[in-house]
Design a protein around this ligand. Structure first.
Ligand code: SAJ
Length: 430
């Protein structure tokens, strides 16, 4: 149910807890709409950087918005929470070794804001979370503040309103998607939802669609699990086609001509901070039921190892053809980021592939990554060299295309005689 924003409810001073990839853009967008925003983070470097009008993360145009918000005095960062009308919690929710969700950051944030909560406040959880996390957060808050009432016991009459409102923005397009995307609002009671709708109505142009907290939690996980399953289908097809000597790129293009078929693209694996993580929150809670979602995770997680096997075979073939030792074969890896046209190397399958190859082929690897100036330490210390595209194409015997960045898509190279190509994205061999 889409809800009209209640003009009677307006927020003049809010607090965003966790100033990372979601919290900082959200804080900046609220501030740009004239709301006074207190950003809270445990990272002193982040707090200092933001207060000086700069940013500590990479996202197009975010630096300008944060700069303007701090200069106008609308955004201020601090290590310690202060009173506010609404609190948005956007802290990490990683998983532990056995894929058990780790809610310790949410617990720490709840305990940190509890002392400054006042009757009438709204607390919104935005972090991607397993089902039940919002109720758990409300329980932590209630335990810390027995003098206040919460929705789990007081229902509609609670002093504090609590809701789950997941972010669903695409890295690289965060500022636009924050404003334009529809927003799922999962209040613990209808009044909690109403308050959260009023809060997001400050800047959201998409619809604010109301449900309960558990459905909203599951909705976020479902969106990313849906994408993971679809990418796994494409990745599995790439393995099948390789075995059957069929071009998977041609196959997918042909199949996608069917009016109800829309297969995604295979790649070197699934990276980033969301799609490779969130489906595990479903599998962990319902292991017997989530069989397809689990299988998709395993398919996508195994793809980098398959690519490494292909590169190793290509190196052996190149050595045979040149009549040289394997250690004399030069390998070029094109792309290190976790997806095209960004500079984010964290949780990137390409980095893992190059790192493992560098152990097997020390001093033989050139990495071409047009979006960075220096290699991460885990590659530099293993003897990988950062090269430009022309040098890598001129000198390498094996070309491993790992990420389809724009420069690679736009300048499709003509292979030198004998060059071995492993094209994980189908742009140089399709
Ligand atoms: N990938 C493929 N083939 C494809 C599409 C993607 O191999 O056809 C790979 C990418 O190369 C990358 C990984 O999947 O390694 C994830 O990239 P992505 O662009 O699919 O997603 P993210 O992680 O950047 O952002 C996702 C988005 N979720 C969905 O599209 C359902 C975004 O809207 C979410 O807000 C974000 O996760 C999040 O924060 O949860």
């Amino acid at each position: 149910m889409a809800v009209a924003h209640d003009p009677g409810l307006s927020f003049k001073r809010i607090s965003v807890v966790g100033l990372g990839y979601i919290g900082l853009p959200t804080a900046a967008v609220f501030a740009s709409r004239g709301v006074e925003v207190i950003g809270v983070d445990v990272n002193a470097h982040a707090v200092e950087t933001i207060n000086s009008g700069r940013i500590h993360i990479v996202e197009p145009d975010l630096d300008m918005v944060v700069h303007a918000a701090t200069v106008e005095g609308k955004l201020r960062a601090t290590l310690t929470p202060e009173p506010a009308e609404a609190f948005l919690i956007a802290v990490p929710t990683p998983f532990k070794n056995d894929h058990e969700p780790d809610l310790s950051y949410i617990e720490a944030a709840a305990r940190a804001i509890a002392p400054v909560l006042e009757a009438g406040n709204l607390v919104v959880l935005e972090s991607t979370s397993p089902v039940g996390a919002t109720e758990q957060m409300a329980a932590w808050l209630a335990a810390a503040r027995p003098d206040l009432t919460f929705p789990q016991t007081a229902g509609e009459d609670s002093d504090i309103r609590v809701a789950y409102c997941p972010e669903r923005v695409l890295p690289g397009h965060v500022l636009r998607e924050l404003v334009e995307n529809d927003r799922v609002i999962g209040g613990m009671t209808p009044r909690c939802s109403q308050a959260a709708c009023a809060l997001y109505g400050t800047f959201v142009q998409g619809a604010c669609v109301v449900t309960n907290a558990r459905t909203a939690e599951m909705c976020k996980l479902t969106e990313n699990a849906f994408r993971d399953v679809n990418i796994a289908f494409a990745n599995e097809l790439s393995l099948i086609c390789d075995k059957l000597d069929i071009s998977v790129w041609e196959l997918i293009a042909l199949a996608n001509r069917h009016p109800r078929v829309n297969i995604l693209q295979p790649g070197a694996g699934v990276g980033g901070h969301c799609i490779a993580v969130d489906p595990w929150f479903i599998v962990n809670r319902t292991p017997d039921e989530a069989r397809l979602i689990h299988a998709a995770r395993l398919v996508n997680d195994s793809k980098p190892q398959w690519v490494i096997g292909k590169v190793e075979a290509a190196v052996a073939a190149a050595a045979r053809r040149k009549g040289c030792a394997v250690s004399d074969v030069r390998i070029a890896a094109f792309g290190l980021a976790f997806k095209p046209d960004i500079d984010d190397l964290r949780e990137s399958p390409a980095v893992g592939i190059v790192e493992q190859l560098a152990t097997s082929f020390p001093g033989q690897i050139l990495a071409v990554e047009p979006n960075i100036d220096a290699l991460p330490a885990r590659l530099a210390t293993r003897g990988v060299a950062l090269a430009d595209m022309a040098e890598a194409l001129r000198t390498a015997d094996v070309w491993a295309l790992l990420v389809d960045h724009k420069p690679f898509r736009e300048a499709v190279p003509t292979p030198r005689a004998g060059v071995e190509i492993i094209d994980t994205r189908g742009i140089w061999s399709a």
